[in-house]
Write a protein that binds this ligand. Sequence first.
Ligand code: ATR
Length: 280
Amino acid sequence: MPKSVYLLAHPAGHSLSPVMHNAAFHHLGLDIHYAARDVPPEVLAETVMALRDSAVLGANVTIPHKVAVMPYLDRLSETAQAIGAVNTIVNRGGLLIGHNTDAKGFTRALTEVGGLHLQGQVIVMLGAGGAARAILYALLQNDVARVYLYNRTTKKAAALAQNFAPPGKVVIVTEPDLRAALAECTLLINTTSVGMAHDGMDPDISPLPDNLLPERGFVADIVYRPARTRLLRQAEAAGLETQNGLPMLAFQGAESFGCWTGRDAPVEVMLRTLEQALYS
Ligand code: ATR
């Protein structure tokens, strides 16, 4: 019997997940179809209930439902519980289990594509929104040396740090301290949406002031459209290593794929499919 996986989103139009997962299912000859569903908040509960059907393997969950979906699930993984958000649901015989694969996806993208080891790194992290929660969790799980956390709204950064961090591991920085933090760091991560294309146009803006960059190391941006944001272009020009958000998207997908199927995902196929969909 063919099986289904759904994306619960609102709006659902622009997601790359259907093309990525359908390519992976096809590659392994699995009779599974992935479809995006536009789910306004008022029908979230009934849409989640319908995932208990035996023809449904599970779902992905994205904006604006990653937190709101949690009360409708039967169980949460330790990671989903710690991050406080769910991006993947598995239907196990009518029981719905919530997972979060964003943290593992982020770590695998940096290690397997970027060749980085997170342990011991000194990090400047920009942003304190939903994406930042999973990334900060991943960094702390990987025993980084320190995270300097900078956000436009400082009190949101403070709230995020308080949520997770052992005292001393995460240091909140404001703009005057940013230069010193960047001089010390070995890895900069942009988790904000600053630099993301709007209506297909590169806004050509960076989350860092123009005269500031790390002095060495690696710059990772969660943005993947455009392929090289202003931040990544400036980092490359300064001789730093860079990675955009596409490998993170592919690896969180690969981890979700594993949750639904119990199989290793063909992550190279997924990454290639994303690159073709976005950049060719
Ligand atoms: P997501 O779930 O994608 O992380 P979010 O929760 O809305 O989205 O968070 C967006 C992040 O980008 C926040 O850190 C936000 O900063 P604020 O907390 O100050 O709002 C940051 N951000 C968005 N637009 C920004 C801008 N123009 N300048 C600086 N930071 C911005």
